[in-house]
Design a protein around this ligand. Sequence first.
Ligand code: SF4
Ligand code: MSK
Length: 671
Amino acid sequence: MAKEKRTHEERTTDPAAQEMLYRADELGLSTAFTRVDELVPCNIGGAGMCCKLCGMGPCRLTKDGMTGICGATIDTIQARNFIRAIAAGSAAHSDHGRDMAFTLKAVANHQAEGYSIKDVAKLRMIASYYDIPIEGRSPEEIANDLADLYIAQFGQQKGELAPARRAPAKRQALWRDLGVMPRGIDREVVEALHRTHIGDDQDPVHILQHAVRTALSDGWGGSMIATDISDILFGTPAPILGQANLGVLRDDMVNVIVHGHEPTLSQMIVAASQDPEIIEYARSAGANGVNLSGICCTANEILMRQGIPAAGNFLHQELAILTGAVEAMVVDVQCIMQALTDLATNFHTKIITTSPKVRIKGALHIEFDEHKALTIAKEILRTAIDNYKNRGETHIPRVKENLVPGFSHEYINYMLGGSYRASFRPLNDAIMAGRIRGVAAIVGCNNPRSKQDYLHTYVSQELLKQDVLLVETGCGAIASAKLGLLLGEAGLDKVGPGLREVCEAIGIPPILHMGSCVDNTRILTVLTQMVEEGGLGDDIDQIPAVGLAPEWMSEKALSIGVYCMGSGVYVIFGGASPISGMPDRVSDSDLILRYISEGWEKLYGGKMEFVADPDEMVRRTLAHIDKKRAALGLPEYDPNRFGRSGDRRMLELESLPLPERVKALYGVAAD
Ligand code: SF4
Ligand code: MSK
């Protein structure tokens, strides 16, 4: 039975997306927004109660006491399903990190056309974490050693993952104690798959212990490596003005959208699009140049470094093609819908796959090779320009918002402390004083099963009112960008008084855009530096902080959630849990769900919960923040104590007659 159909206004909060969904109706075309209403999810598989790990199954456990043919119980099956998703997520992030490490190696050896080391200071800082000699050595020599060390992390068989030493000392000791310190990135992923083969690890708690180790090898391994190297090669992000939403597409230019995750090719396409030879080629085709934009995390990568506009987040990929104005959508890895090629047959758009790992039937394949990246980037742009003449009717929604992305942890550190002494001290002090109640990271995807961007932006806005400073990444950050929440001081009237005071004093937006999904490791670094700064306990689990993924859909999101949990963070996922069980039908089928909350909290101080209702997400976030504040002995949060300083205070003072102003400022009567 098909589900009840929703209106387009119920499918997305974004006016540009609504407009394009009506356009799809006019053209008789489907998108994920509408297909999701045609597909009824399997409630048994959806609850994690189905096993298809061997040819004796699939085994669907629907009654009390039932086991699979091999005797597997429901909690074992759920734990196995869960760890397999985490292994896939960790593999995806980490393989991205591996490619970055090989690119760094090629750059260090002058074998990567068009690339250079852009952030030598960061290279030296990262190298020093691993005792790689830096004095008197060229950037390339240091980069070569760092690349070797990073490449070795993937195949390392014994010992401890090197970047894990960047976690707080107490957390590292806990990981050793609990037997979850990652040994090598590939090893943990392979072992997760081995353990879940028929007839292997059948103790759910033991399986979930390894799920944490596998996820930690992503967060403190593959993803951290990816972020480090992206900054070294393409520059550590700093605030820059950008724009977001489909209105960034241009009628008069060749529109090229880069979509996926790895910045290696997209950065080179940025460079090639500004090449006079390419601009001239576009002009000769009758266009005013090449207009580059991004979708998903590739968008975040080039948005926060070069200010290249973001055409949208995950659910915008089909909508962009529906505009009829896109000459080429260039994709690499992850979050690319197979539906793109079929949809593109209705328009002139070329879908160009570029990764040796990803082919899609119906797409043009131009394989990326970092050794001749600039040449390939130009070839891709020429292909797009040649396609401009085939453009038919276009329909570009005139909807876009400005934003300021680019808050890397280095920049946050710098802006808090100024150029003389970069420091997290002011942030810690603001939390300790109660100006900032706590910190929340709102990350993750879009999911057509919920109203696009609604959960992200609702939860964000509610937390801002409660003086919670937000950091955002991935498609969640683009959701806030589209709503205009990432804009300097523009949204400060919607922010609690203490947080507003801090934002006004420092000159930052209340939501800090920190990058793509691999860049969630920047959040780990911020939390670690807050611990090291002092005053908020001696480990991450003591900081009044929460992580949320309100509209998650990818296995990578699950891996991120578990590595944050293992690092001590309370993590809340929206939507449905993949291991919810059906306790009304099969008692104790929610055992694993309870274990990853209560059980993990006892071990790690962090926990993971799935909460569908956004108000409940907000309530639990604030309750956790307040619980952590109380445990640290910090004053109870009281919004009435703040909000009368900064720009707001100055405006108030300026409106007073001079004598009263002097009295208010200096406490003395003016003559
Ligand atoms: Fe069924 Fe066991 Fe095979 Fe899973 S591993 S499909 S529970 S027999
Ligand atoms: S792209 S993983 S939909 S955040 Fe990173 Fe967005 Fe989620 Fe993909």
